[in-house]
Design a protein around this ligand. Structure first.
Ligand SMILES: Nc1ncnc2c1ncn2[C@@H]1O[C@H](COP(=O)(O)OP(=O)(O)OP(=O)(O)O)[C@@H](O)[C@H]1O
Ligand SMILES: [Mg+2]
Length: 341
């Protein structure tokens, strides 16, 4: 009887041990279904995520894609409908794991009359920590040393975000979940928060960031996953995902005929009063384009290679599937693609 019991458990234990050795976060066919009047909706569907220890992982996707839902499952705040979710090798929601992770919500709510120091003391007490020196040091670390005795009501958005980061470090977490850590901040605050996140990684922490700020993600993340309508549409190392740039050829004195002859499946051409911009993948040679333009009497102004950006990847992965939203996203990320099409 006893042996039989072990026999049933053994494969599951082996599998967990295998994961805990390798990954900080893993989900397997993770699915969350909500019932609505029109039927059941999978807001997260068959999600397979792998986050390596010590990396900064970007979790991207349009509004409503299922990012926060996934984070809530990983934090153990809500349960999945099916599939598996592991954090530090244990099932999401495990009490021991809770002590080793922290979460900065998109809009942290603080009692405005409290000072930065009081906020820290309050959260420290929730972890059973009574260490004012630690609170002070963490506030110093996020550059709030001189403001720790001012009430939160007098803090700017960037200062509130930094207090949030200081608070999220109180339990020396191995994994930090940050939901939109740089949303709505000015460029200097972006740089400060990015630098702090890079420092966390240098200390060996795993950082899981959900963000719409693609330029921040591109600067600091090692790997990303893009989800759309609950499903992963791209996942991998940024350097692998961002291969394949574009080349932009600009020329004057061009005719509509030459423009039409250059337009192709993956070659975007725009022409305005004889000034033409040809945007082609770098897998194609620009020589042929240049030759055609010159033969037709056009004058080459520039040939500029452009590295693939995260926004290009995002639009490829998400935009096609959702034309109307894709256009909004284009303006959000400031893509130049529209001008060239
Ligand atoms: N409790 C709920 N009941 C029903 N539907 C829900 C519930 N919570 C979330 N949803 C739906 O699940 C989908 C995913 O929501 P989620 O908050 O995970 O998106 P998100 O990717 O975090 O979006 P955003 O970028 O806007 O924060 C949305 O369509 C949302 O309406
Ligand atoms: Mg969200």
């Amino acid at each position: 009887m006893h042996l039989h019991f072990v026999g049933i458990l053994a494969p599951a234990l082996l599998r967990l041990e295998d994961q805990s050795l390798n990954l900080a976060i893993e989900t397997r066919t993770l699915t969350k279904t909500y019932k609505s009047r029109s039927g059941a909706i999978n807001v997260v569907h068959n999600l397979d995520l792998q986050v390596e220890p010590g990396e900064i992982f970007g979790f991207l996707g349009p509004n409503g894609a299922g990012k926060t839902t996934t984070i809530k499952i990983l934090l153990g705040v809500i349960y999945q409908t099916s599939g598996e979710a592991y954090v530090l090798g244990k099932e999401a929601g495990d009490i021991e794991v809770h002590k080793q992770i922290s979460y900065l919500p998109e809009k942290p709510y603080y009692y405005e009359h409290m000072t930065g120091m009081e906020i820290m003391q309050f959260y420290a007490s929730l972890f059973g920590i009574k260490d004012d020196d630690k609170c002070r040091k963490l506030l110093d670390r996020v550059n709030l040393g001189n403001d720790m005795n001012r009430p939160i009501s007098q803090y700017s958005k960037g200062m509130q975000q930094r207090v949030g980061l200081a608070q999220s470090l109180l339990n020396d977490p191995q994994i930090l979940f940050l939901d939109e850590p740089t949303g709505g901040l000015d460029p200097i605050a972006h740089i400060e928060i990015r630098d702090l996140i890079l420092q966390f990684r240098d200390e060996g922490k795993t950082v899981f960031i959900s963000s719409h700020e693609l330029s921040d993600v591109e600067r600091i993340c090692d790997r990303v996953a893009i989800i759309n309508k609950g499903e992963i549409v791209a996942q991998g190392r940024l350097e692998d995902l961002l291969v394949g740039g574009r080349i932009e050829v600009t020329a004057n004195n061009c005719t509509d005929e030459v423009a039409a002859s250059l337009r192709g499946e993956d070659t975007l051409v725009s022409i305005n009063h004889g000034r033409m911009i040809v945007d082609l993948p770098d897998s194609l040679s620009p020589n042929e384009v240049v030759l055609k333009i010159q033969t037709a009497g056009g004058e080459i102004v520039s040939v500029i290679p452009r590295r693939k950006r995260l926004e290009d990847l995002f639009l490829e992965a998400v935009g096609k599937d959702n034309k109307a939203k894709g256009r909004q996203l284009k303006s959000m990320v400031g893509s130049t693609e529209e001008a060239a099409s």
